[in-house]
Each structure stands twice: as C-alpha cells, then as structure tokens.
Design a protein around this ligand. Structure first.
Ligand code: HAM
Length: 422
C-alpha cells in the first residue's frame, strides 16, 4: 500500500472546504488593506534562502535541497518572504511610482522538521509583505491586518506578542553584551548555541533547548538606541489607537535571521494547540532587499500557518456555522431520468447548486441523500409531474410543499429564497 510521506497529509473534502473558507476570508482581508496576491515558484536557487552566516534552524537544518543536474542547487521554499523579495527585485518593483508595494501569498512551504501536531514537513502559509517604505504606521497596520483577520474568524484565545530587535547599532551593541555574558558559560550551552555564540548570539534566546535555562533567563536585555526606541513607541501608540491588545515580550527574537526593529507573533492560548502555539509571526527587515540585490529598502510582513489556524479554529468550534448547504436535490421517481436530468441542469444554469439521484433508488433512499447533503429545496418528479410538465417543491426549512409549472420553477425558487431572507 502506498502512503503519504511522513509529515505530509491529504486534505479531504471537509478539510478542504474549511481551508478554502480560511483562505477566502484572508483574500478578502488582502483587498481590504490594499494587498494584491502573487505566486512565486515552489523551488528557487538555494541562495535565495541561504545567506552567508545564516544561523536559523530553518536554513541550516531543515531545507529540502536537491540538484537535478548535478550543477544547480535548488531548494523547495521553506518560507515565503525570500521568494517574494527575489521577485520584488527581479521584477524591479522597487522602481514603481507607488510605494510601498503590498503583496500577499497563499503557498505551500517545505521544512524537514520532526513532525508533530501543528508541525508538518509540507504546510501552508498565508502571508503578506509590505515593501519599500519604513514607517511605524505600516508596522501597526500589518499587525492590525493579521489580528483583525483572526478576530473576524471568531477566534478568542489568541494574544499578540511584540518586541523590537532594534536597528543595526542596537543589535551590534546587544550582540557584544550577549557574547560577553555567554562566553564564560559556553560549555553550558547546547552544541548549536555554542556555534550561535560566534555567529549570532541573539538566536540563543530563541533556542528550543536552552530557552528554558536559568542562564538564558538571566541574560541581559536589549537596550535600544534612541531612534529605535522612538520607532517602537510609535508602533505601540498606533496599536493602542486601533485598540489592538498586545503584550511586550522582550525575549521574542523569532526563528529567522533577517529581522530588524519590530517583531511580533500571534500565539494561541488554547491548549488544543499544544506546543505549536504560534499561529503566525513576522516582523520588519531593513536589509533583506539590499542583500538580494535591490536598493536599501525596508519591508515588513508576516505569515500565518494555515494548519495551526485550522487546529485552533476547530477547537473553538468556528466551523460549525459554515456547514455547506445544497440548494436543490432532484428526486426522480420515474424509470426514465430524462425529465429530472434536464431540470437539474437548468437549475445549475441558473446558479442553484443541484444534485440528483442517478440510480432510480426508492423515495426514502433519495430523501435520505438530500438530508445528508443538507439540502434546502427537495424537488420531486413523479409520474404526474412528467405528464403535466410540473415540479413539486418541498422547502425543507418551512416544510411547505407546492406543485407548479416547470417554467415557473426558477423564478419561484428565487422568490422563496428572497422571502426567507427578508
Ligand atoms: P515563521 O515563524 O518561520 O515565519 O513561520 C510562520 C508561521 O508558519 C508559523 O507561525 C507557523 O504557524 C507556520 N509554520 C512554520 N513552520 C511550520 C511547520 N513545520 N508546520 C506547520 N506550520 C508551520 C516565516 O516563515 C516568515 N517568512 C514570516 C514573515 C513574513 N516574516 C516577514 N514576513
């Protein structure tokens, strides 16, 4: 028997409908805030993701890298930001008269992580990147988009964590202080952190192994330069203005190397989320566009993990209200399907979702099918209906039943729907 590869999964019909619902609402939010969707390739040259001195687990351990011709090194994208920025630079979007350029994406990502609930090797991110301008208003707006999306879905048990990693000067000073602090205790750190100590000691604060230790808990805190502190204060001011609740988490450094100034995560406080509680995360990056060959231009974005969102949405029961409904089910009680078959097609041509029985089953069996499919109108085609060119409609909500001429059917169904929703 063939099976899915470890860390991957099928989305069956019900899950797919839920996925689509989450994605449709996200697309609506993209347009509300002026973002346009793009799609970048599933694989890129490895250099798009891997920069010199990268220390993140994602880049150093988790990438699916391959070389089909023994020459080029290609990688399945582990995240969306790098590909979007490659595209921003390659397509010279930085030269557009209107900045910032606001891009959204819904894409599959691939990371070779140890699979567990909420952590797969193939997963989906819904993300945005706002490129070309740096302003605290933009940071607050980006967080607002993500938070309002989550709240509009109806999710209650989430909180927003924010922090600032400061500008280059703040980080350089902080790196020095952390190196000084950790260096005498090098042996107490895990092997990866011993390596990080040289390359990027900030990442020690985020290490899955060392994070809980007393050594890390007592590490010095970041001191921002005046400019970065003012920037962060402004972001907080605009979040307050919009009524977005947040907590400041001075240990939040995020798992990727490219962040500067504002970083944030939205985490679930629902225990169903287990250890993978970060629903989405993001932040500002001042240098990535330049590093990828563009001008010195800042950007900010986030990505929501759709599978993690699904786990939380399911736990909070938000999908129950979204049971799909079939408009019409055509019950045929004649040996010949022709009359019923043509009616079903006419209904679809008039935008009613419609199904019918193909097998000439009993009335009871067909009714049962219509119930299972959560049908609003059951249309019954018996011998009389065929002879008299009529249709019998049963409204499953009001329980009313009526027989009318076939030509009047579409208009009558429209009217019944209109009356009901008035
Ligand atoms: P990230 O924190 O690595 O950030 O991933 C964002 C979200 O993707 C996570 O919060 C999580 O919900 C989901 N995610 C990550 N890995 C997995 C996995 N193995 N299985 C399931 N879900 C996962 C980024 O990727 C950045 N590119 C976000 C960003 C955009 N920053 C700026 N712009």
């Amino acid at each position: 028997m063939y099976q899915t590869v470890k860390g991957t999964y099928d989305l069956l019909e019900k899950d797919m409908a839920r996925f689509n619902m989450l994605e449709d609402l996200f697309r609506h939010f993209l347009s509300l805030y002026g973002y346009a969707e793009i799609k970048t390739p599933v694989f890129e040259y490895t250099g798009v993701f891997q920069k010199e001195n990268d220390t993140s687990d994602m880049v150093t351990k988790e990438m699916y890298t391959f070389s089909p011709n023994g020459k080029d090194s290609l990688t399945l994208r582990p995240e969306g930001t790098a590909g979007v920025i490659r595209s921003f630079v390659e397509n010279k979007m930085y030269a557009r008269p209107e900045l910032p350029v606001k891009l959204g994406y819904i894409e599959e990502m691939f990371r070779h992580e140890r699979p567990q609930k909420g952590r797969q090797r193939q997963f989906t991110q819904m993300g945005i990147e706002c490129l070309g301008e740096k302003d605290p208003l933009i940071d607050a707006e980006v967080i607002a988009l993500g938070y309002t999306y989550i709240r509009t879905l109806g999710l209650e048990s989430v909180k927003v964590l924010i922090n600032s990693l400061g500008d280059a000067e703040s980080r350089l000073r902080y790196r020095e202080r952390l190196t000084e602090y950790f260096a005498p205790h090098k042996e107490e750190l895990c092997i990866d952190c011993q390596n990080r100590l040289e390359k990027n000691p900030l990442r020690i604060l985020d290490c899955k192994i060392d994070r809980g230790s007393e050594l890390v808990a007592n590490a010095p805190k970041m001191e921002l330069t005046e400019g970065s502190q003012k920037y962060f204060d402004d972001v907080k001011h605009y979040l307050d203005l919009l009524g977005i609740p947040y907590e400041i988490d001075d240990r939040l450094v995020r798992g990727l190397d490219y962040y500067t100034d504002t970083v944030f995560e939205v985490v679930s406080t629902n225990e169903a989320s287990g250890s993978q509680a970060t629903i989405f995360g993001g932040g500002r990056y001042d240098d990535l566009v330049k590093e990828m060959g563009g001008p010195q231009m800042s950007g900010i974005g986030f990505a929501i993990g759709v599978e993690r969102l699904m786990i939380l949405a399911e736990a909070e029961g938000i999908f129950e209200e979204y049971a799909p409904e079939l408009d019409c089910y055509v019950i045929n009680l004649n040996p010949e399907p022709d009359y019923a078959f043509a009616i079903a097609e006419e209904l679809r041509n008039n935008s009613f979702t419609t199904e019918m029985d193909y097998y000439g089953r009993s009335l009871k069996a067909q009714f049962r099918s219509s119930e299972r499919k959560n049908t609003r109108f059951v249309l019954i085609i018996g011998e009389d209906e065929v002879r008299e060119d009529t249709v019998t409609i049963k409204d499953t909500l009001t329980k009313a039943q009526e027989t009318l001429k076939k030509e009047e059917l579409v208009e009558r169904l429209d009217q019944l729907l209109e009356d009901y929703y008035e």
